[in-house]
Design a protein around this ligand. Sequence first.
Ligand SMILES: Cc1ncc(COP(=O)(O)O)c(C=O)c1O
Length: 421
Amino acid sequence: MSIGEKDKKYVWHPFTQMKTASDALPIVKGEGTLLYDDKGQTYIDAIASWWVNLHGHSHPHITAKVLDQMKSLEHIPFAGFTHKPAVELCEKLSAHLPANQQKFFFSGDGSSAVEIALKMSIQYWRNKGEKRGRILALDGGYHGETFGAMSAGGRSVFSAHFNDYLFQVSHLPFPSGEESVEALKSELAKGDVAAFIFEPLVQGAGGMRMYSPEILDQLIQLCKQDGVLCIADEVMTGFGRTGTYFACIQLKQQPDFMCLSKGLSGGVLPLSLTTCTNEIYDAFLGDDITTAFLHGHSFTGNPVGCASAIASLELLEKDECWESIERIHGRHLGFAKEIEGHKLVEGVRVKGTILAFDIKVDSTGYTSGIKDVLYNHFIRQGVLLRPLGNVIYVLPPYCITDGELDKVYKTIISGLEKIAI
Ligand SMILES: Cc1ncc(COP(=O)(O)O)c(C=O)c1O
């Protein structure tokens, strides 16, 4: 039996349970931006493998550091024990994070990082003896698949079966004007808000929806005046994606928590962090165990994941990586101009290394049928692009070459021509 046939027999893939779903493609190798299937066909990974990959696949520097770490220490419980890779990673990261982010709590994926920030926010107010428990979030946000993260996310086809089980979150309108500011003011007036969670500057899974730092600053400032804790979910936006180390660097106001994952390990191993201020950490110190944050995962602080993250940061710290981020940004702006007038295209937008636009179709949203037509077309052309419903976006590893970007853009144009027929 081939890998493809065995896969069909055993594996339950995300999002592909419909009877019409095509078979999964066996991938045998990744190198730079290219993925190779079992027949030697290559695909440009123009979505950085679900937004995780920064420096390309199987990068020799990350591979070497991971192998070295595997040889000396693969895993230990991260309670009562510590190790150099975890401490070194925190030290390295603190040079790039907003100055108020001082404490680091490890977990293994973005949803857990969000879950932890939400739980910490709720317990923070309990430890302080204040009755605040309500969470605010943004319409159309996405924060992950676990119940807390789903509760904070916008209601969608992903949450539909579970809506009755989610805790109540007040969702503010997408921050495009005064409406969200007014909505926030009226929520704050009720007086019981614990925390406000948001994806800074770009809502990813919600359709690469972009908004300005100015309006987010306004929202955070209002929250701060009221003591509400602000949680920046930088799982997607972190590590250079929006043109700065973190999207929050583009703000005047700094959040109380940050959630990091995806690019944290360079996209190589599952790893996440919830970072916070010393003031929050201090509220969990006490003589009574119930004051502590009683939360831990088996693979918390995994040394190999940390080694991968350190190696990835070393690459990110190089000038050539930032030159590449700038270059991709410039190329995206050029392509945005090229497609702006296209009859099927609207809402062209660019932020850092992310380019996105909407296709004018009757059926919008994630379930829009256009996504499968385009996905299949792109794959046949040797380009991995996964439209979010009627939203096409490009979010590549930073090592993508100009030639590869040309091919990605050309493939998008040919996809537009195909659906225009
Ligand atoms: C902003 C944001 N937060 C959280 C998550 C969840 O991360 P994970 O898939 O690693 O659980 C995602 C995943 O796409 C995300 O984009």
